[in-house]
Design a protein around this ligand. Structure first.
Ligand SMILES: *[C@@H]1O[C@H](CO)[C@@H](O)[C@H](O)[C@H]1NC(C)=O
Ligand SMILES: *[C@@H]1O[C@H](CO)[C@@H](O)[C@H](O)[C@H]1NC(C)=O
Ligand SMILES: *[C@@H]1O[C@H](CO)[C@@H](O)[C@H](O)[C@H]1NC(C)=O
Length: 475
């Protein structure tokens, strides 16, 4: 939301409150004023606020925050990855990949629920997010900068490595050369870390001349295989991890779009969250803010130093999906201040996870239907147009420069109310004047996706067993 809008709304609500008080006695005036007391259940936003501009305007906080990594959208003007490395996908492509990612969670979840022998957090099969976010880290001595996509649904961090024994895809920075780093070493096949790989990657390790080999496959056909190694990881000048375990990929292909690899923010022991914890009093905690559009920046911070007092927390669930993923308890949804009539068992039956790599929030089908009907009822002044990809509620806004949309909040376990930013309510279809309700229904699992997380500070306090949210996280 734009600050000017919030100020306007705050001012107008106080003014209306005075109006209500002042006009007691006049039935007509009071009823008009009362209607307007609900004005804060709507927001009027400029359509341009949904779209990236052609130049990058870094957020102030991103620069100010020492000890945090700058987060940029892979496909925007703030990304260094050049356009010829990052072929922009069509809307159909983006959302067919997004649906594959969602389905991979469903499959894992169903196995867990059915209590089959599959206790591995089946990483194999998870397509890398197509609309994901990038951070730049330093690896080795001397340190080499590498742009990695970050992913709360993956555990192992990896980057492409020389020699590319089989295959490397094109990446923006020079490919990492372990032989040129004085601090790199291979991990032996008999080490306890090598034995952790099945849990982190879903695949057993290999062994080449006593060096441990990792393998990871993604559902969209993307693959990375290589030496499991360790080296010095420089997050920021203040945050250096000696002996960080990572995959040094010598056989890599797939949709990584110019990024040098992936930063795994999952819950597993080999994830960077766990590996960095000793720097922060053995507290596994990180937070991020995803920018409002691709022409702005956010941040990713490890440790708890940047967590504000305005963050509200909901418990992380440990059952079912929560063993492998960040699972939360969604309790209710409000549209324009009205609670949707959804039986809470609908949410508890399907389960809900938060994921940085799923683009669009998925709700259990009956919950989505209730949300869609409520939003449609609030937006009757705008012409509905045909469904696009996973979206079934799309508006042709070619005649408008701004749009009035209902406010939507999601209420998480512990009565934690999180208002969805406007950029999480409508999704602009590129090269058109069409804006779609940025949610979709799903048969099995609910996922709180990255479009709805934009501009929020999201805190993953793994040790504390909770996830927190605060508005205005990047600003
Ligand atoms: C109520 O608020 C809306 C939007 O803020 C405004 O356009 C309208 O004139 C107001 N109505 C009254 C009766 O004050
Ligand atoms: C790591 O193992 C590979 C494969 O055996 C070998 O070629 C390479 O020299 C080793 N690197 C180091 C630093 O030991
Ligand atoms: C919610 O759904 C459950 C299971 O279908 C049912 O037993 C319960 O009565 C429902 N509650 C309400 C308030 O409708």
């Amino acid at each position: 939301m734009e600050p000017s809008n919030s100020i306007f709304l705050v001012l107008s609500s106080s003014f209306l409150f005075l109006l209500v008080v002042a006009s007691k006695g006049s039935t007509l005036e009071r009823s008009e004023a009362q209607i307007n007391v609900t004005a804060h259940h709507y927001q009027t936003v400029k359509l341009s606020s949904f779209l990236p501009s052609s130049i990058c305007s870094p957020s102030i906080n991103g620069d100010k925050k020492r000890g945090s990594l700058e987060v940029v959208h892979k496909h925007g003007p703030c990304s260094k990855l050049s356009k010829d490395l990052v072929k922009p996908l069509t809307v159909e492509e983006i959302f067919s990949h997004d649906q594959s990612r969602v389905d991979s969670f469903i499959n894992t979840g169903r196995k867990d629920i059915q209590g089959s022998k599959t206790t591995l957090p089946a990483k194999s099969g998870r397509p890398i997010g197509t609309e994901n976010y990038i951070v730049t880290i330093g690896l080795g001595t001397p340190k080499k900068d590498l742009s990695l996509a970050f992913d709360t649904g993956s555990h192992l961090t990896w980057t492409q490595c020389q020699p590319c024994a089989v295959s490397c895809y094109s990446q923006y920075e020079p490919i990492f050369e372990p032989s040129s780093s004085t601090t790199y070493s291979n991990i032996s096949c008999t080490s306890s870390e090598c034995a952790e790989l099945p849990s982190a990657t879903g695949k057993p390790p290999g062994c080449i001349s006593s060096a441990c080999v990792y393998r990871m496959g993604y559902g969209d056909g993307s693959v990375t295989i290589g030496l499991f190694g360790k080296d010095k990881l420089t997050l920021t000048s203040d945050d250096v991890i000696d002996g960080f375990f990572f995959g040094c990929g010598q056989n890599n292909y797939g949709l990584f779009g110019g990024a040098a690899g992936l930063l795994g923010l999952g819950k597993d022991k080999l994830s960077i969250v766990s590996q960095s914890a000793s720097k922060y009093g053995n507290h596994e905690v990180f937070s991020y803010c995803l920018p409002a559009t691709a022409s702005s920046t956010g941040y990713l911070t490890f440790g708890s130093s940047d967590i504000g007092s305005n963050v509200v927390y909901t418990p992380l669930l440990t059952t079912k999906l929560g063993k492998s993923y960040y699972a939360l308890d969604l309790e209710a949804i409000y549209v324009s201040g009205n609670k949707l009539a959804i039986n809470t068992t609908v949410f508890t039956t399907s389960g809900m996870i938060i994921d940085s790599g799923t683009v669009i929030t998925r709700l259990p089908s009956t919950a989505y239907a209730a949300l869609r009907e409520a939003v449609r009822a609030e937006m009757t002044q705008y012409p509905l147009t045909q469904a696009i990809s996973i979206f079934d509620t799309c508006y042709d806004l070619s005649q408008y420069s701004d749009v009035t949309i209902p406010k939507i909040s999601m209420v998480w376990g512990g009565n934690v109310n999180v208002e969805i930013p406007s950029q999480g309510i409508l999704y602009p279809i590129p090269d058109s004047q069409v804006y779609c309700l940025a949610f979709a229904g799903n048969q099995y699992i609910g996922i709180f996706g990255n479009t709805q997380q934009k501009t929020l500070q999201v805190v993953y306090d793994v040790t504390g067993g909770k996830v927190g949210f605060a508005a205005g996280g990047c600003a």
